[in-house]
Ligand binder design. Structure first.
Ligand code: SAM
Length: 405
């Protein structure tokens, strides 16, 4: 059987894993019936394979670049009971992984440890995206995490001054302390995959009148630090902007070819230096949109199929509701239910009805044409398969490994 190894961004292969491929087959069959007959069979009542679970809107950092700045610190949080009941419902219908993220900062939810315990007790794979300020709480659940689970720290800097300007943390929080805490977590459980996340910022990006702090030159230092502190990988992605609710690429939003060329060259040079610095123990990952930016294929990758197929396989459960896509968290047109939308089977079926409407009516070609979608490749792959008329039995099964989408 085909293996998934080293293919963390190959969502097409992930959807063909042994425990997931039947969902994919049912979805493709449903979509074909819909297209062929125009009448509507019910969408197969399966849970997403993976959810983003935003525990709280509260955040203890004030990052000027934050794409979610409009939805944080609203006073909303998911309560433990809703979370547990929603996980029960979804698990019973095939949920396999949960990413604890935000919106806000997941580790400041009062029940953070209990929630991780509950997810692991249900056999779910767990990923945690955190600013690193409360790694003491991650340390308390470190022994529950296993092979395939991960903790990713949004650090975006290699120097204290840049870290401070980029995150505006409380006065006792330093990059040095976070790195030391991260090494301690890894020491408690070496099987956790530990990530250093780095949003690349160049000069001239302003949000709400504040110019963001450039960090391109620190890319090689970040990779060196990641090696020193026991990280498994550094993942680089470009800084996005949120304008009128929609996420947008920042580099190509104003046409200035000379500027674009210079920034791309500087990022490339620093990525090359980073590869030279890495001793091979730290993987260097580039997001789909960074790759497209450096490749100048952004315009091509902004063209999405009309139907966003990924929403069937992954959604967001947040204090402000259930959303069909992480890029639309907190945005009314991406909202498909209230925050109790997965609590109990009736709730699930009603949310699933909204999801079905979203799959039929949300026009990704039009709505998502300002962004390189992370799911661009898998959406096109599913679209082409649907149109190909090939039998779903021809889809090749991949060994189970990684259910994060
Ligand atoms: C908003 S944070 C919330 C979770 C947690 N508090 C944290 O700091 O990671 C979720 C993710 O969004 C990313 N992010 C925030 N603003 C961004 C931007 N302007 N461009 C790209 N990614 C961004 C962060 O790097 C982080 O990985």
């Amino acid at each position: 059987m085909e293996k998934l190894e080293k293919r963390e961004h190959d969502f097409g292969a992930k959807l063909r894993q042994k425990s997931v491929i039947d969902n994919l087959r049912q979805y493709i069959t449903w979509e074909r019936q819909l297209r062929d007959s125009g009448t509507a069979p019910a969408l197969p009542p399966l849970s997403p394979v993976s959810i983003n679970l935003d525990l709280t809107s509260a955040c203890n950092f004030r990052c000027p670049h934050c794409v979610d700045s409009g939805i944080i610190n609203t006073g909303e949080a998911l309560d433990l009971d809703t979370i547990m009941q929603s996980l029960d419902t979804l698990r019973g219908r095939g949920l396999l992984s949960v990413i604890l993220i935000g919106g806000g900062e997941p580790t400041i939810h009062p029940d953070f440890e209990e929630i991780v315990r509950y997810c692991r007790g249900q056999g779910l794979q767990v990923g945690i995206v955190t600013n690193g300020s409360r790694l003491d709480r991650v340390a308390r659940i470190a022994d529950l995490l296993g092979e395939g689970d991960w903790v990713r720290l949004s650090l975006d800097a290699a120097r204290e001054d840049t870290f401070r300007k980029s995150h505006r943390p409380g006065k006792n929080v330093t990059l040095g302390k976070i790195l030391a805490d991260a090494r301690a977590v890894k020491g408690l459980n070496p099987s956790i995959s530990l990530g250093y996340s780095y949003v690349i910022v160049w000069e001239g990006i302003s949000i709400n009148g504040t110019e963001l702090c450039r960090n391109i030159d620190e890319i090689p230092e970040a990779v060196a630090l990641a090696g020193d502190y026991g990280f498994d990988y550094v993942s680089f992605k470009p800084c996005l902007l949120r304008l009128d609710g929609s996420l947008k690429e920042s580099l190509f939003s104003r046409p200035d070819k000379e500027r674009e060329d210079r920034i791309i060259r500087e990022i490339r040079e620093n990525m090359d230096k980073a590869r030279a610095v890495s001793d091979g123990t730290v993987k260097i990952l580039e997001s789909v949109n960074l790759h497209a930016m450096l490749d100048r294929s952004v315009h091509e990758l902004k063209r999405q199929p009309k139907v966003c197929h990924s929403q069937f396989f992954r959604t967001v459960l947040a204090p402000s509701g259930v959303f069909h896509c992480p890029a639309y968290r907190g945005v009314p047109k991406g909202r498909i239910a209230d925050s109790d939308g997965y609590r109990g089977h009736e709730g699930f079926l009603s949310t699933h009805g909204s999801l079905e409407r979203s799959i039929r009516e949300f026009d990704a070609e039009r709505e998502c044409n300002v962004i390189v979608c992370f799911y661009h490749h898998v959406n096109w792959w599913i679209e082409r398969f649907i149109e190909s008329g090939r039998s779903v039995d021809e889809l090749e099964v991949v060994e189970d490994n990684n259910f994060f989408l």
